[in-house]
Design a protein around this ligand. Sequence first.
Ligand code: CP
Ligand code: NVA
Length: 309
Amino acid sequence: MKHFININDIPTKDLRKILTDAKKRKNLRKNLNNLDVDKNLPLKGKMLIQMFEKSSLRTRLSFYLAIKQLGGSTLTLRPDELHLSKGGESIEDTAKILSNFGDIFMLRTDNDKKLEEFKKYISIPIINGLSPSSHPTQILSDIFTVEEIKKKPISKLNIVWIGDINNVLNSLVAASLKFSFKLNIGCPKRYQSNKKFLKYIKKNKNKIYIFDDPKKAVIGADVIFSDKVVSMNDKVDKIKKLNHFKKFRIDKKLMSYAKKDCIFLHCLPRGKEVDEEVFLSKQSKVWLQALNRVHVQKSILLYTIGKLR
Ligand code: CP
Ligand code: NVA
């Protein structure tokens, strides 16, 4: 069994194996996004337990479809209904019960330490469905989407992030290290001081560049990623922060500095960081990006349980 908690903890060859399996499985399906099960039913009789301590639409739906297509089942727990959230039960005991009833545990948490605590006591794999510091299932799936559209390995592309230094970017930075792709980051100077982030940058200094001018960041881009300026864990003055990011809004003008066939990606939900015109343009691939999460998460589920072909 293997956990899927952070991209930097997973060997590149395993990440690549997950992507290859997802591509094969996606190609083999007639109906991509319905409940028809894959022929070999690899997760028949298995149960995924999901728990969300924060809001979610896509992660919830895509894991639901993913486990169903693999022939298994899922149960979603509301933390407010568990003893754990009220201090009435420990993580240790909760983890032991989860291990006895389920086969895989997917947790979206408001605290990275909880993932580590669960890991200590659980005997089934844990998948990180977003934490304050990372969003690994999102980024692995986004790499799949980029390679599917561009028909090239991501290492041959110029990837750009315009936005906050947040959990999604942390996973993108970790991925740039694993898959060896060039990454330009456009972010206001005052938001460039996140410690964990700077550690990664230091490690990969030849391929990651930070700009406080969004135009400079997007020159030559094959892919532009963005995300909400204010994340769920962000305890900031929202109006002030949005103001600081005003000049980083992705509009047609900014897109014109990138390559002609540059695509726009966004994990969603969106805020005001992108113009409606860009978001709804042909260059925007956000709907395919969201749907692809089903296919990559299927292969992540198989990986964690040791059933990846
Ligand atoms: N992108 C993403 O994780 O979406 P949700 O928060 O809706 O799950
Ligand atoms: N950075 C965002 C991602 C949402 C999917 C957040 O954490 O709120």
